[in-house]
Design a protein around this ligand. Sequence first.
Ligand code: ATP
Ligand code: MG
Length: 299
Amino acid sequence: MDYRKLFLAQPGKRLKLAKIDPGYHGKHITEKQADAETQRHRDTISTLQDLMYSEARHSLLIVLQAMDAGGKDGTVRHAMSTMNPIGTIVTSFKQPAVEDLKHDFLWRVHPHAPAKGMVAIFNRSHYEDVLVARVHKLVPKDVWSARYSAINDFEKLLRHENNTHIVKLFLYISPEEQLKRFAGRLADPARNWKISEDDYREREFWDAYVKAYEAVFHKTSTRHAPWYIIPSDHKWFRNLAISQIVAATLQDMNIQTPKPQVDLALINRQYHQAEEAEEEQDASKPAAARSGKRPNAHS
Ligand code: ATP
Ligand code: MG
């Protein structure tokens, strides 16, 4: 199953989140049934990400957005555990710092765009500036409404200038599932630290967020930087769908094993064959000469 087709937010089209089932889990009923397929995609990611790092021609940017407790952290952990850490970097975007607010909204984001060969994961992203900023009126409408095209230009720049492939994932959960997850955090002392009253307060803005997300998908899902809406009430299904989408995106890059920068035959002749010849010559000498010792060194 190509979940890129099933979950794509069609560029330029309006969609209604209410028409999508966050509890969707495809043909699999249980996590166990999905396991083998998920693992297959994880193996593909592991091989190709390593190769992408060596080739250093492409880069991959994975943007994660969700309502609170939507599973961004779990997704990061799942995705990253298949990758070689040397080629990956995760950035979590929290409330902008004082210095950030003295600049345009993309100023703090650009330095975290992936270098060639790297995978960057944005845990929240520049999209907060047309989501929370819009819902809570942090800036006037004429400011946030001009940001969609700025975002599209920015992402186009990354693609054209730096061969950055962009995959944007919205982890879609239901409000009921969110409340269940909050309750889970409350009941588990190891996860109590994750609870914030803000998260509960934000629930009152659910519909406003839905509207803001729908605008994001309509205005910023593009051919080169598509949005995928991932049904995420079931964590295992979310992991399966995301692994498949990331694996397929890497496969489409046509990553090649990098060509050697040196003359291999020459190196072989100069260093390996010459050494072998020396060893052979050495082997034919008497034992004392081979060890390099003078027979009467201490006399
Ligand atoms: P969790 O889903 O586990 O709660 P989180 O991503 O919500 O994790 P928090 O530290 O709880 O992490 O919250 C980060 C907060 O920063 C979010 O409320 C988010 O809306 C806010 N934020 C991120 N970027 C911006 C921005 N550009 N402007 C204003 N607020 C922002
Ligand atoms: Mg939060």
